[in-house]
Design a protein around this ligand. Structure first.
Ligand code: NAD
Ligand code: TDX
Length: 334
C-alpha cells in the first residue's frame, strides 16, 4: 500500500507515521508537509532515513505539486494537514481557510483525477460545537463555533460532497482532544507541563470548568489504521477516549504529577465562544471496526508527562523560537 500522509511533521501525523512504520513496515509513506510553525522534522528523526519513507516539503493547496505527487501512483491519502489551534484562528482566520478548506479541496480534486482508493479526512469533534449533556453521534447537527472548527466543518462537508457527487471514496473521522508525545506547546497539556517546569504561571481560561474528552494519540492512530483498512466509504467515525475532565481537574492533576505548586494556576480572560463541553458517542467505530482505546487516562497522562520530562531540548527549542512572539501577543491582552 502506498500512502500520502499530509501534515505528517505535526503532532498526530508524526505519531501516525511512526505507528504505520511499526505495524505495516511494507507500506510506503510520502509525507507532504509545509513545515509551518507547527511542523517539525525533529518529530521524525528516527524515521527520516528509512527505506519506504519520503518527505516532501510543500503545501496541500498547491495544485501542481499535489498533481505531481499523486501521478506517482498512490493508493491512500490521509489528510492531517491543517491549521489546528483555536486561539490562532481567533487572531487570524485566513490561513485556516487556505489550508483547511482550500487545501482539502485541492487534495480531493487530485484524488478524483488520479483514482485514489481511499481518502481519509482527519477531522475533529469540534465540528459538532458544544454539548451540555449526552454525546454527539455521527448524525448530530454540525454547529462549529470558532473559525478553526468552521473551517474543519467545511472540509468535512467537501468530503461528503465529493463522495455524493463523484463517488470519491472519502471517509471522515472526528476525534476528541489528543494527548501524547510531540504535541506543540501551545495546546493545553504541553503548555501546562512546560510552563510548570519553568515555574511560569499556567493560564486557565474563564472558570476552568470547560470539559474535554481526552484520548492518547496512539489510540487515535490505531483507530485511523482500522478505518483505512475496514472503514465504510462515505462513512463518518467518531473517535473518543471516554475520559471527560474539566480543564481545572486536569491542570491540578498535572501540577501534582510534576510536584509543582497549585499556586501556579492563573485565571485569565476566557476564550471567545469557548465551547463548554465536547463528548462523542463511539458506538459505531467500536461495533463496526472492533476498535477501543487501550490507554487509561492515568496511563496516557503519565506517559505524556514522562515524555516531556525526557525531551526537554525538544520543547525548549520550540519555546525559545517564533513561538515566543505568539505567546507574548496571545497573553498581552489577557
Ligand atoms: P499540528 O498543528 O500539530 O500539525 C499540523 C501539521 O500540518 C504541521 O506539521 C504543519 O506543518 C502541517 N501543515 C499546515 N498547513 C499545511 C499545508 N497548507 N500544507 C501541508 N502541511 C501543512 O496538528 P495536530 O494536532 O497534529 O492535528 C492534526 C490533524 O488532526 C488536524 O487536521 C486537526 O484538525 C486534527 N485533530 C486534532 C486533534 C488534537 O487534539 N490535536 C483532535 C482531533 C482532530
Ligand atoms: O492556555 C490555555 N488555557 C486553557 O484554559 C489553553 C491553550 C487552553 N485552555 C483551555 C481551552 C480548552 O477548553 O483548555 C482546553 C483545551 O484547549 P486546547 O488545547 O487549545 O484544545 P481545544 O481548543 O479543545 O482544541 C483541541 O482539540 C480538538 C485541538 O487544538 C484541536 O486541533 C482539535 O480539533
Amino acid at each position: 500500500m502506498k500512502l500520502l500522509v499530509t501534515g505528517g511533521a505535526g503532532f498526530i501525523g508524526s505519531n501516525f507515521i511512526r505507528h504505520i512504520r511499526q505495524e505495516h513496515p511494507d507500506w510506503e509513506i510520502t509525507n507532504l508537509d509545509k513545515l509551518t510553525y507547527a511542523g517539525n522534522l525533529e518529530n521524525l528523526k528516527d524515521i527520516q532515513d528509512q527505506p519506504g519513507y519520503h518527505f516532501v516539503k510543500g503545501d496541500i493547496a498547491d495544485r501542481k505539486l499535489v498533481d505531481k505527487l499523486l501521478s506517482q501512483g498512490l493508493d491512500v491519502i490521509v489528510n492531517f494537514a491543517a491549521e489546528s489551534h483555536v486561539d490562532r484562528s481567533i487572531l487570524d482566520a485566513s490561513p485556516f481557510i487556505e489550508t483547511n478548506v482550500k487545501g482539502t479541496q485541492v487534495l480531493l480534486e487530485g484524488a478524483k483525477k488520479h483514482g485514489i482508493q481511499r481518502f481519509l479526512q482527519v477531522s475533529t469533534d469540534e465540528v459538532y460545537g458544544s454539548i451540555n449533556s449526552g454525546h454527539f453521534t455521527e448524525e448530530s447537527l454540525l454547529s462549529p463555533n470558532s473559525p478553526y472548527s468552521a473551517s474543519k466543518t467545511a472540509a468535512d462537508l467537501l468530503c461528503r460532497a465529493y463522495f455524493k457527487t463523484h463517488h470519491l471514496p472519502a471517509i471522515v473521522t472526528r476525534c476528541t482532544n489528543n494527548l501524547g508525545p510531540y504535541q506543540f506547546p501551545e495546546k493545553l497539556i504541553p503548555l501546562v507541563i512546560t510552563n510548570a517546569l519553568e515555574n511560569k504561571p499556567v493560564p486557565v481560561y474563564g472558570d476552568g470548568l470547560n470539559i474535554r474528552d481526552w484520548i492518547f494519540v496512539g489510540d487515535h492512530c490505531r483507530a485511523l489504521d482500522a478505518v483505512i483498512q475496514k472503514g465504510q466509504l462515505g462513512g463518518i467515525y467518531n473517535i473518543g477516549g471516554g475520559n471527560e475532565k474539566t480543564n481545572l481537574e486536569l491542570i491540578r492533576k498535572l501540577l501534582e504529577l510534576l510536584n509543582k505548586p497549585q499556586s501556579l494556576i492563573q485565571f485569565v480572560t476566557d476564550r471567545p465562544a469557548h465551547d463548554r463541553r465536547y463528548a462523542v458517542d463511539c458506538t459505531r467505530i467500536t461495533t463496526e471496526l472492533g476498535w477501543k482505546p487501550a490507554y487509561s487516562f492515568e496511563k496516557a497522562l503519565n506517559a505524556t508527562v514522562d515524555w516531556y520530562l525526557k525531551n526537554e531540548s525538544w520543547w525548549r527549542s520550540i519555546k525559545s523560537g517564533e513561538y515566543a512572539k505568539y505567546y507574548e501577543r496571545m497573553y498581552s491582552h489577557r
